[in-house]
Ligand binder design. Structure first.
Ligand code: G1P
Length: 271
C-alpha cells in the first residue's frame, strides 16, 4: 500500500507574480478554497495517511495556515459561529496528517524530493506537484491501483501540442499496455521541439520507488542549473526499472500560470 505522499512547496512561483511576491501560490483561492486543499483532498480520498510538505522559510505562511490554533480558538469562543468551527475542524484534520521538511534553496524538484529521504518508510511513495490540479477523477487513486497491478512506478501523463513540449518532461514509449498505460522507454526534461522524442508530457503525479534517493544524491544539476526528478527517473530506467506512463482521464487544470490559474476557478465553478 502507498501511505505517504510528498508535496514540493518551496518553489518561488515566479509565473504568478506579482501575487507570489507576498503570498504562497498554493494558498491562493480556487473557487473559494485554497489550492493546496484540493491536493490534500485528493490524497485523503486515495488512502494516503501522511503528507510531507517540503517548504522554505519564505513559504512559512503555509505552515501557519495549518497551525493557527490560538486564532481559531479565540474567535470561536467570541463568535459561536458553526461555519468557523467546521472550517477549524477541517484544518485540524489536515494538520494531523502533515509533516514539514525544509528546502531553503530552490535547487529543483529533485533536490526537494531528496529532503524527504529519512521520512519515507515504504518502498514506494506518491508525489504531487501542486501546480497541477486534476479534477473530476482522482488521478492519485487510479495510479495507486495501477502500481498495485503492475508492481511498478507510475507517472501521470497527457498528450500536448508539439509547440508546447519544452514546458514539460517528455517521455518515449517502449510498449503499449492498453489505451491509457504505457511502459516508458526514456524521459527527458523540457526538450526543444526538435529534440522531443514524442508529445507525451509528464504531469505532476508520480509514484516513485525509494531507490530514487540514491540516484538523486548522485545527480549533478541539469537544465536551468536545477536537480530534476526527471533525470533521476531516467537513471532508474537505465537500470531496467519499470515506469508506466498513465494517461489520466480527469480534467487537467494548470494552476502555475496566471491564465491557467484564472481558468481553474471558472472550470471548478462549473462542476
Ligand atoms: C515539473 C517537472 C516536469 C513536469 C512538470 C509537470 O516541471 O520537472 O518534468 O512535466 O513538472 O507539471 P515544473 O512545472 O516544475 O517546471
Amino acid at each position: 500500500m502507498i501511505k505517504q505522499a510528498i508535496i514540493p512547496l518551496a518553489g518561488l512561483g515566479t509565473r504568478l507574480l506579482p501575487l507570489t511576491s507576498v503570498f504562497a501560490k498554493e494558498l491562493l483561492p480556487i473557487n473559494g478554497k485554497a489550492g493546496i486543499e484540493y491536493i490534500l483532498d485528493e490524497c485523503i480520498e486515495a488512502g494516503i495517511k501522511e503528507v510531507i510538505f517540503i517548504i522554505s522559510q519564505k513559504k512559512i505562511m503555509i505552515k501557519k495556515y495549518f497551525y493557527n490554533d490560538k486564532f481559531y480558538k479565540d474567535i470561536i469562543k467570541r463568535k459561536n459561529d458553526l461555519r468557523i468551527l467546521n472550517e477549524y475542524k477541517k484544518i485540524l484534520k489536515y494538520k494531523k496528517m502533515i509533516k514539514f521538511v525544509f528546502q531553503d534553496k530552490p535547487l529543483g524538484t529533485g533536490d526537494a524530493v531528496l529532503k524527504t529521504k529519512n521520512i519515507i518508510k515504504d518502498d514506494f511513495f506518491l508525489m504531487l506537484l501542486p501546480d497541477d490540479l486534476i479534477v473530476k477523477k482522482n488521478c492519485s487513486k487510479t495510479m495507486i491501483a495501477i502500481h498495485k497491478k503492475f508492481n511498478s512506478s507510475v507517472m501521470a501523463s497527457m498528450k500536448v501540442d508539439k509547440k508546447e513540449v519544452s514546458r514539460w518532461g517528455i517521455y518515449d514509449i517502449k510498449k503499449k499496455i492498453n489505451n491509457e498505460n504505457f511502459i516508458i522507454k526514456s524521459v527527458v526534461e523540457k526538450p526543444s521541439v526538435k529534440q522531443a522524442p514524442s508529445r507525451n508530457a509528464v504531469i505532476g503525479r508520480y509514484i516513485l520507488p525509494k531507490t530514487i534517493f540514491s540516484k538523486l544524491s548522485k545527480l549533478k544539476p541539469g537544465k536551468g542549473g536545477e536537480i530534476h526528478i526527471t533525470d533521476a527517473i531516467q537513471l532508474l530506467i537505465d537500470d531496467n526499472d519499470k515506469f508506466i506512463g498513465h494517461n489520466f482521464s480527469g480534467k487537467y487544470l494548470d494552476c502555475g500560470t496566471m491564465n491557467g490559474y484564472i481558468n481553474s476557478t471558472l472550470e471548478i465553478a462549473k462542476i
